[in-house]
Unconditional design. Structure first.
Lengths: 128, 133
């Protein structure tokens, strides 16, 4: 099984409060629902919610978790999407299935065009 | 699931003054989200082919029903009249290519970049269902 790892906190401390989204999330690949454009310099990635069947309708998610990140080059979504696919499909022997997609604490990222200094957020759908 | 194929779609630019990528112009789905092809509600010229996917924004836990075909994301390809079968065959061929050939990334239709899986595809529109019905 592949797992996709995200860490949004620069200090990598895993210590977000109980009332905010977690610093870090990690999903099985089977939870991936899709990647789309937010705008010319931002992307969304959706996953099946890890926590609950909430109804976070204000954020246009429902039973889904949402990752938002910034890309430096305008309209570069296609190349970024390709990098995502290739990162996920790296030979499993190289990472034992653990795929770091974005990590603000170590500056690891799946594509050089991702700008971790700009918007990178994790929004989890909380239990209703 | 150790590896996965991903299907990429990009419609015409809608951001800015239609010169930049806008919201939902792009869709990348895993193959496991693919539900099938159909030509329901196709135009009378027979020049459309629908690819349906599990919705990326909406979970199966949303119980408010929509109308027929409204519970899925859909990409409508514009194709040469009568060439739907050929397009389906090309897409199936790409899906079944060794993953080492494309890294698992398959461009089905990129209108902005004029890249299509089959020369009979000339356009695409992406419709992502909202989180609620």
């Amino acid at each position: 099984m592949k797992t996709l790892y995200f860490m949004a906190a620069a200090d990598g401390a895993f210590n977000s409060s109980t009332t905010t989204a977690p610093d870090s999330v990690c999903y099985p690949l089977s939870a991936f629902k899709g990647l789309t454009a937010k705008d010319t310099n931002e992307c969304y990635i959706y996953f099946d919610s890890a926590q609950a069947a909430g109804t976070d309708e204000a954020n246009d998610t429902s039973g889904t978790d949402l990752i938002t990140f910034t890309i430096s080059t305008a309209d570069n979504h296609k190349n970024v999407a390709r990098s995502f696919a290739q990162e996920v499909n790296k030979f499993i022997g190289k990472d034992n299935g653990f795929v770091v997609i974005l990590d603000s604490s170590t500056s690891e990222k799946f594509d050089d065009d991702v700008d971790l200094s700009s918007s990178f957020t994790i929004l989890t759908d909380n239990p209703a | 699931m150790a590896q996965e194929k991903f299907l990429y779609f990009q419609e015409a630019l809608s951001g800015g003054s239609s010169d930049a990528v806008g919201a939902d112009d792009v869709a990348l789905y895993s193959l496991s989200s693919f539900l099938g092809f159909d030509t329901q509600a196709g135009n009378t010229n027979g020049t459309t082919l629908n690819l349906r996917f599990k919705p990326m924004k909406r979970s199966a836990l949303v119980t408010s029903p929509g109308g027929v075909g409204e519970e899925t994301d859909v990409v409508v390809l514009t194709v040469t009249a009568g060439k739907q079968k050929s397009v389906i065959q090309s897409i199936t061929d790409k899906i079944n290519e060794p993953i080492s050939r494309d890294g698992g990334f398959i461009v089905i239709a990129d209108v902005a970049g004029s890249e299509f899986v089959n020369s009979n595809v000339t356009g695409a529109t992406v419709t992502l269902r909202a989180a609620t019905a």
